[in-house]
Design a protein around this ligand. Sequence first.
Ligand code: UFG
Length: 345
Amino acid sequence: MTTKQNILVTGGLGFIGSHTVLCLNEAGYTPIIVDNLHNSRIEVLDALEDLLGYRPIYIQGDVNDVQLMSGLFNEYNPSAVIHFAAHKAVGESVEKPLMYYQNNVVGLISLLEVMKGMGCSKMVFSSSCTVYGEPEAVPVKESTPTRPAASPYGATKQMAEVILKDNSWCEVQCLRYFNPVGAHPSAKIGELPLGVPNNLIPYLTQTVAGIREKLTVYGGDYPTSDGTCIRDYIHVMDLAEAHVAAIDRLFNPNRIIASQEGDPSSENFEVFNIGTGVGYSVLEVIAAFESATDEKVNYAIGDRRAGDVVAVWADTNKVNNVLGWSAKRDLSTMMKDAWHWQQKC
Ligand code: UFG
C-alpha cells in the first residue's frame, strides 16, 4: 500500500488554492491547508468538506509565523509545498507597497527558511504573466524577456522568481498564470472578491446580478481588432489541474529540464506559462457571457485604465509538451461557471 503524500497548500482557502485542494485530493495527495483568512473566508472550508466528503486538515496561520510553520512541518511532514499565499491586487500594491513586499517577498523567504530547516525541498510557486509586462510580440513564450514591473505586486513576483532560482537546493515549478476565471462546476467554491472587484469577470457578474450598476470597459481605442484589450482567460479548474501536474513532475526523478534560449529555467527552477493559448478581447468576453448565460450585460466603453497592457496571451507549447498539461475548458464554460457561482453568492 502506498502512503498518500502530504502537500502543504499555503493560501489553500483562496480562489485558486481551494480549487487546487480538490484536484490534489482527486489525484491521491493529502492537502494540508494553511491560510490566514486575509483574503478568504472560513466558510470555504465547509464547502471543501462538502465536496471532499471529509474535512480537510486546516491550520489558521500566516506563512510569516516561523514557529507555527515549523510546528506544521513537524506534525505533517509535507513532501512539497504549493505556495499561493500572497497579496494580488495591483492597485492596492501601489498604495501599500510595504505590505506587498512583506507578505509576498519576506513571507516567501521565511517559508523557504523553514522548508530548508525541515528538509522539504519541493515547491510549486504562483507567478504571473505580469512578469512579461507589455510584450513586443504575442503569444509570449517562457523565453520572452521580462520587463520592469509596472507595480509593486508585479515586482514581488519577479523578485520571488529570482529568489527561488538562486536557492538551488529548492526544486521549483514556477507557474506563470494568465487570467484565472470561472468557478467549480458545483458553484460551491469560486472567487470571493472583498469589496468592489478590480477584475473583469467578478465585476461583470456582479453587474448582471444587480450589485453594480454598469461595467466600464477600460478603453475602446486600443490597437486591437475591436479596440479593447486582449487577455488569455483560463478556467480555475484547468489552472488547479496544472498544479497537480507540476507536483507530479516534482516527484518524477527522471524529469529532464527543458529550456530554450532566454528561458530562465535551470536545474532547480522550471518556468511554465499556464494559459489556454487563446486571447479574447473584453468585448468578446462580454459577448461570450451573454450567449453562454442568456443574460444582458449593462456596459459602456470608458477611459483606459492606467497600467493595462494592450494584449497578452500564452504560447503553451512548453507546458503542453513538457508538463503534459493543457487547458480543456472553453470561454463559454468559464462564463457559465462564473455566473452560477455569482448566483449562489
Ligand atoms: N477590465 C475592464 N473593466 C473592468 C475590469 C477590467 O474593462 O471593470 C478589462 C481590463 O482593462 C483588462 C481586462 O478587462 O483589459 C482584464 O482585466 P483584469 O483586471 O481582470 O485582469 P488583468 O489582466 O488586468 O490582471 C491580471 C491579473 C493580475 C496581474 C495582471 C498583470 O489579474 O493578477 O494581470 O497585468 F497582475
